[in-house]
Design a protein around this ligand. Structure first.
Ligand code: YH5
Length: 260
């Protein structure tokens, strides 16, 4: 899954304006590099980020989805928590909802049910603005598992079938470095829930911290190591910035996993 951020700080036209053409070019490039899904996100969910008003998120995301859905041969996912953005994005051509709030906003469960597309449910402790202020768990792996199982039940009770669901432990979302490392090492316990696992570690601060505060642009090799570890522990999809290098890593893992 290739990440396509459609926030004003990405794909600027040189000024302060977002360039639709540049975003579409990046999507084409990721397809050429071997991406199987493009994840379009218009709300920054980084630690400390403010939430984006509904109309602004719609204005960012919907035109991009419309344009790339018309010309790109792979599924498009929308990274959003807002029911209205889910509805308009699917109408514009998105085929997957990627919700870091795991359908906890009012109306989100109903929107996902009505749209009947697959949904990725991600674990997050707290909310983006405050989530990195000393997160506390008894047993992070067990608690993430219980949370995800509870969200699966909420989906089923709303009429969303299990077959439509993917799960994600939410690396970096309300987790310290030790929490993230425990989740990566014990990812099998989350995979054992029995639904496909999506993992987002690419360039995240856990990689930077392990590598002595390496800046974002030097985190590729560390991100690849983490992706390989996740795949070996049962991950089905990795959400990444660097598609071509990740596809090589995936092919090495897949070739090895194919041996009896
Ligand atoms: C995720 O894990 N993450 S947005 C901080 C960074 C780098 C990247 C430089 N959406 C996930 O990608 N959806 C995001 O430090 C996600 N799983 C799913 N399913 C945050 C992000 C990032 C944040």
């Amino acid at each position: 899954m290739g990440i396509l951020n459609v926030t004003p700080d990405s794909f600027s036209d040189g000024g302060t304006h977002f360039s639709l053409d540049k975003a579409v070019c990046r999507a084409r490039e990721m397809v050429a590099e071997g991406a199987d899904i493009i994840d379009v996100g218009g709300e920054s969910t980084r630690p400390g980020a403010q939430s984006v008003p509904l109309q602004q998120e719609l204005d960012r995301v919907v035109p991009v989805i419309e344009k790339i859905a018309a010309e790109i041969p792979i599924p498009i996912s929308v990274d959003t928590s807002k029911p209205q953005v889910m509805r308009e994005s699917v109408a514009a051509g998105a085929g997957l909802i990627n919700d870091v709030m795991a359908l906890r906003l009012p109306g989100a469960l109903q929107a996902a049910r009505d749209l009947s597309v697959p949904v990725c449910l991600m674990h997050m402790l707290g909310e983006p603005r405050f989530m990195q202020q000393q997160p506390v768990y008894g047993n992070v792996v067990a608690e993430v598992r219980v949370f995800l199982e509870e969200r699966v039940r909420a989906c089923e009770e709303t009429g969303i079938s299990r077959e439509k669901l993917l799960l994600d432990p939410g690396f970096g979302f309300g987790k310290s470095l030790d929490h993230n490392l425990a989740l990566l090492k014990n990812l099998r316990a989350i995979a054992d829930i029995g639904l496909p696992l999506l993992i987002g570690i690419s360039r995240k601060s856990m990689i930077g911290k392990i590598l002595d505060e390496r800046p974002v642009d030097g985190r590729l090799f560390g991100s690849l190591a983490a992706a390989v570890m996740a795949l070996e522990r049962g991950a089905a999809i990795v959400r990444v910035h660097d598609v071509a290098p990740t596809v090589d890593a995936i092919r090495v893992v897949a070739a090895t996993q194919a041996v009896k």
